[in-house]
Design a protein around this ligand. Structure first.
Ligand SMILES: [Zn+2]
Length: 366
């Protein structure tokens, strides 16, 4: 048994931190959280993290391990075979875990490479986060992310694609839709999707959010995964992005509408739509696979409370990924996926980037 002592604890849910917690870990799970100030139980190994704050390991609900976070990730992908790609994914997963990201939902695979990695990491949990994988995303012929191999046409084609993914053993059959556009969001909600990725409500005339769609998202508890984490101030291009490149053009178009996006997200929040902060890691130099810890700081700058911002990458993200009974909280019975940081992340969410220790399934990896 392990007994982890720290100065403070964010349990993944509460608006306040607990002082002087002692978190007990047994066989990879949290067996108790003692707030009485008592010493460790007999026989337990004490890990004293001093002035650190303990949080649940972070959960990134939207990443792409197969994209390399270069300025041309799609071009790079076309050049690598599956074994080389698996090695890249392995490195990306390791980087994520080192930053305290202990669960990753991968939403865009090529030829099921992430399933191979998922099996590896299940056997060697200290080598990466727990992976929840979608396989290649289903898309219309020539549609968003078609190059990942998930094209399907017509109702029967989509049914067949879903069956094929299920047969390969992808995680869960919840459906989340990559939807930037207002029309796509409206159709996904009408079709009963469980989640929406990006959720920007773009139209040809700019951001146009339909209040009726917002109400439906809220009423049905459809989670919107705001892929906002990036290692740059909002709207600023990352260094190394080649001017005139496809990515740069898209980035500039989005940057111009940043204020409207933020307003749209705040309207979702006001309506009670569950929101996660995720990354879309891999799609460019501003989104490496360890970028999620930037997310809470950005969220709090745009009007979320710091506790809300932290829930968006812990308990709410866990619920969105349907692992809310095991992940995203520090409580008895939960997986001992933990992040310890220097400072008080409720006072300053940038503190989540000051990593002191990371535990994955009860084993210290950093
Ligand atoms: Zn994506």
């Amino acid at each position: 048994m392990l007994a982890i002592r720290s100065a403070r604890l964010f349990d993944g849910v509460a608006d306040q931190l607990c002082a002087r917690p002692l978190v007990l870990v047994d066989q990879g799970r949290i067996s108790g959280v003692d707030l009485t100030g008592a010493g460790p139980p007999e026989g337990a190994e004490l890990v004293d993290l001093g002035e650190a704050t303990l949080l649940p390991g972070l959960i990134d609900s939207h990443t792409h391990l197969v994209l390399d976070a270069s300025s041309d990730p799609v071009g790079h992908l076309a050049d690598v075979d599956d074994d080389a790609l698996l090695a890249d994914c392995r490195a990306a997963a390791q980087a994520a875990l080192a930053a305290g990201i202990t669960t990753v939902r991968d939403l865009g695979d090529r030829r099921f490479v992430t399933l191979r990695l998922r099996e590896e990491l299940a056997a060697y949990p200290t080598q990466g986060p727990q992976l929840l994988v979608s396989g290649p995303p289903i898309t219309t012929p020539g549609g968003h992310c078609w190059f990942l191999g998930g094209e399907a046409a017509g109702i029967e084609g989509v049914r067949e694609a879903v069956r094929a993914l299920a047969a390969r053993g992808v995680d869960g059959l919840a459906v989340t839709g990559h939807a930037h556009g207002a029309q796509g969001i409206a159709e996904a909600v009408a079709a009963g999707f469980d989640g929406i990725e990006h959720g920007l409500s773009l139209t040809a005339e700019g951001v146009r959010q339909d209040p009726a769609v917002v109400d439906q998202l809220a009423a049905r508890g459809v989670v919107v995964s705001v892929t906002g984490a990036q290692n740059q101030p909002l709207g600023q291009p990352p260094p190394g992005m080649e001017p005139g490149s496809d990515l740069a053009r898209r980035f500039e178009a989005l940057a111009k509408q940043m204020e409207q996006f933020v307003a749209a997200v705040l309207r979702l929040r006001a309506a009670g739509v569950p929101l996660t902060m995720s990354s879309d890691a891999g799609i460019g130099p501003h989104k490496p696979h360890d970028v999620l810890p930037w997310g809470p700081g950005l969220a709090s700058m745009t009007g979320f409370t710091t506790a809300e911002a932290l829930r968006m990458v812990t308990s709410v993200a866990a619920d969105a990924c349907r692992v809310g009974d095991r992940k995203g909280r520090i409580a008895p019975g939960y997986d001992a996926d933990l992040l310890a940081v220097d400072g008080d992340p409720l006072a300053d969410p940038a503190a989540v980037r000051e990593v002191v220790a990371v535990f994955r399934a009860g084993q210290r990896v950093r």
